[in-house]
Design a protein around this ligand. Structure first.
Ligand code: SF4
Length: 197
């Protein structure tokens, strides 16, 4: 099985290279860096992302100064504004109308990946989602990835609480089964598991 694990890790790494290349191509076409592109997309469509430089930095595993530079560049390009938050101190980030328009153009950047996935049977896609979310949760426990709001890292997640192979898990918050095809990657209700040691 070690050989299978090696080949899986190689395949995921290969996927990462391909996605990086797609992201660079899309960002360059819009005069942005890949990090600036990620920030614009996060501000436009991620319901759970906090609209602050430090939160975006944690989201994308970069330092706060690096993200601050990216946001300053987006301000200069007229795509993002900073305004005082409710406490008057923190600066909240908002896309301008121009930023929203660019976000719409950037949205299909990973279209080739979505098209490739759509070619797989639904059961394969569900099993892949399930497996990847378990790996991500494990990597979070090891401190490899920081911000994760997936079912598999949530305190409300009850793994293998049911006998239905298509919906073996349960969400205690929703008080409902979680079909594999509905496992969440960015849930607004997510709460991390509290470490017990
Ligand atoms: S609260 Fe959200 S992330 Fe947590 S188990 Fe339920 S659906 Fe999944």
């Amino acid at each position: 099985m070690a050989d299978l694990d090696r080949r899986l890790a190689d395949a995921i790494e290969r996927l990462g290279h391909g996605l990086r290349s797609l992201a660079q191509h899309s960002a360059r076409a819009h005069g942005l860096s890949p990090l600036q592109q990620q920030a614009v997309l996060a501000l436009s469509r991620r319901p759970t992302v906090r609209r602050e430089v430090s939160a975006l930095a944690a989201e994308f595993d970069v330092t706060t100064p690096t993200m601050s530079d990216a946001v300053t560049a987006l301000e200069r390009k007229g795509l993002v504004t900073r305004s005082p938050g409710a406490d008057g101190r923190r600066r909240l980030l908002t896309l301008t109308a121009g930023g929203e328009a660019v976000a719409g153009e950037l949205a299909p950047w990973d279209g080739p990946l979505l098209a490739a996935l759509a070619g797989l049977p639904v059961a394969d896609r569900a099993a892949t989602l399930h497996g990847l979310l378990r790996v991500i949760a494990d990597l979070q426990r090891q401190g490899v990835v920081s911000v994760v709001r997936t079912c598999t890292s949530c305190r409300f997640f009850r793994p293998n609480a049911r006998t239905d192979p298509a919906a073996p898990h349960r969400c205690d918050l929703l008080e409902a089964p979680l079909p594999l095809v509905d496992l969440r990657t960015d849930c607004p209700e997510h709460e991390p598991v509290v470490a017990t040691n």
